[in-house]
Design a protein around this ligand. Sequence first.
Ligand code: NAI
Length: 359
Amino acid sequence: MFDCAGFDDHEKTVFVNDKPSGLKAVIAIHSTALGAAAGGCRLWNYQTSQAALTDALRLSRGMSYKNAFAELPFGGGKAVILGPISSENRQRAFEAFGEAVHSLGGLYVTAEDVGVSVKDMEWVASKTPYVSGLAAKKGAAGGDPSPFTARGVLRGMEAAVKNKLDRDNLEGLAVAVQGLGGVGGHLCRLLSKAGASLVVADIDKAKVEKICDETGARAMSPEEVLFADVDVISPCALGGVITQENAHRIQTKIVAGGANNQLADAQAGDLLHQKGILYAPDYIINAGGIIMVAAEYQGDNDFEKVTAKVDAVKGRVTAVVDRAQRAGAPTYMIADMMAQEIIDNAARAGNSAKAQPAA
Ligand code: NAI
């Protein structure tokens, strides 16, 4: 555990094995310096349990940085459930997951991530109050965070386009989107509305057809879409898609997507920097969802207010890109440094606290 890939001084990691439901999960708590560790729960069919652990560790570190940067009073955590879970066991498995979250007594607050729905979170909520992303009430933000994430990505993309292409909007630009799920699908609709033309890909053909029908997008293969000859690429599927091996094939000047951990490693980020490609750091540009989830959890989720908070992503992307350019350093490096500074300051001040149950 202490030597495995992705370990970064995590405070606690919990392995859950619930025989009756077949639930196998990892809950990783990276830091509670800023408050309870908040971050979604992912359900994925991992090749090995080691891969699941690494994913939980990397994603939870990303959540510490994401929450710090978004100025939320939460630390970073993440859960992964090792799929598949059969449909007849699904409710029991998420209830067992809820019990596991509850056993941490408020140290970790969960919500949706890839493969997990609002319905799943409602089963979790039957066992613990340390959960958000539940059904939205009228006039309030809540439920599925992905539309808010997509909105933040759009704003971050606008900031990147202003910096790199000196354009005030996205009209007439070509954007390639990989992954057309909650985040990617909503993003395509927003981009199309903003006048961008789209090249899209997903391993699920039905999703590709739907987005092409709705937006007039052109379909491409999932393996090639990030190397398309467009203005912006937007990875919105899984992580690790930009590697030392493939970075040289990227033709755009901007990478601005919603996926967590888009860079396979730091060297991939260095290569983008050397090629003059602006990389909008994942955890800054995709913070819209957690901003909404936190607002819902704290009971301060008036729709307009939350939307304005999500729009602040634009200014944060601008700030980090400006600072990186002044320093002549890669954006990911400057972002990590700034986020770590916020966390270290909080740790020194001793602010660490367990979550209060949802308001
Ligand atoms: P989702 O499960 O709704 O969608 C993911 C999509 O990616 C699916 O349509 C899937 O078929 C597709 N996909 C998987 N592998 C692919 C590949 N190799 N090539 C092309 N498409 C592929 O998940 P969601 O919620 O849209 O999340 C997408 C990414 O954004 C994830 O990395 C997630 O961690 C990140 N994220 C999501 C947030 C949210 O609010 N849902 C918040 C912040 C980050």
